[in-house]
Design a protein around this ligand. Structure first.
Ligand code: GLN
Length: 283
């Protein structure tokens, strides 16, 4: 599936994510190196009901500023705060388990958790296995390269005559995080052989720094953290594609889905979600 999307203005690309905020700083860059597969806080509850009780969130806390491990060893970030706000609305206690990104959907299916918030992109393939809530943020897949690297940018006119740009990574070794949409798109667009998979974004970026890959395709907010934490890297002005983030819930658990959507709606309307996002992503 071709996912190389084009954009009207390269500069607009790096506009971030989020309902309101654009670009900017994020805390706890060092969290990017946190290993996955480690339960970070609390233990999964025996009570798996959506009715009061405990909301068990699964995430991969190597995705700043959406999720990272803070100085106290707790999972923090936009998703943790949104999940806490949702749990508060539902009168539930929140527990968070940190695991590999590629295991999150299986974690819902095996009832290891009730909900995934992980900067997870709404994707039709995933939607066959899980139910997505309404979207709460926007993500942009970007390309990180060594500073000064030359990457071909294709320009075409769209139906309305606007110039649209797309990056052309043909011939490059592309680092991705296993199981992410960046992984899917690059494997689809450039073939399996072009893609080198890593357990998390930090490892993919380390491979870029070491010259083992020529670029990394990853979501823009963690990309900013990684580029800030590693000298000599840059994010290309022309992005790969724009996506929606949503929470995922076990397929068929409509009771929880409806409750979470109801809570998200209220939290959007009263500005809570925007406030959480702009706390971490700002100019
Ligand atoms: N947004 C990307 C995806 O859903 C990456 C998410 C992540 O690495 N946490 O595939």
């Amino acid at each position: 599936m071709k996912k190389k999307l084009a954009f009207l203005l390269a500069g607009a690309m790096l506009m971030t994510a989020a309902l309101a905020g654009c670009g900017g700083d994020k805390p706890a860059d060092d969290s990017a190196n946190t290993p996955a597969d480690t339960a970070q806080q609390d233990t999964p509850a025996a009570d798996n009901t959506a009715d009061g009780g405990t909301l068990r969130m699964l995430t991969n806390a190597a995705f700043p500023p959406y999720e990272f491990v803070d100085d106290s060893g707790n999972v923090a970030g936009i998703d943790a705060e949104i999940a806490q706000a949702v749990a508060d609305k539902l009168g539930m206690k929140l527990e968070i388990t940190d695991m590999a990104f590629e295991s999150l959907i299986a974690g819902l299916q095996s009832d290891t958790g009730d909900i995934v918030l992980a900067g997870m992109t709404v994707d039709p393939e995933r939607a066959q296995s899980v139910d997505f809530t309404d979207s709460y943020a926007t993500g942009v897949q970007v390309v990180i390269v060594p500073e000064g690297a030359e990457v071909k940018v294709n320009e075409e006119k769209d139906d309305e005559g606007n110039t649209v740009k797309s990056v052309d990574l043909t011939g490059m070794k592309i680092g991705v995080q296993t199981g992410t949409t960046g992984d899917q798109y690059c494997a689809g667009d450039y073939g399996e052989d072009a893609v080198q998979r890593y357990d998390n974004g930090a490892l993919a970026v380390a491979a870029l720094v070491n010259g083992q890959v020529d670029c990394v395709v990853i979501d823009n907010e963690p990309a900013k953290s990684f580029v800030e934490a590693n000298k000599g890297l840059q994010i290309l002005d022309t992005a790969y594609t724009v996506e929606d983030y949503a929470a995922a819930i076990k397929k068929g658990n409509t009771e929880l889905l409806d409750k979470v959507n109801g809570a998200l709606k209220e939290l959007k309307e009263d500005g809570t979600i925007e406030g959480i996002i702009t706390k971490y992503i700002h100019d």
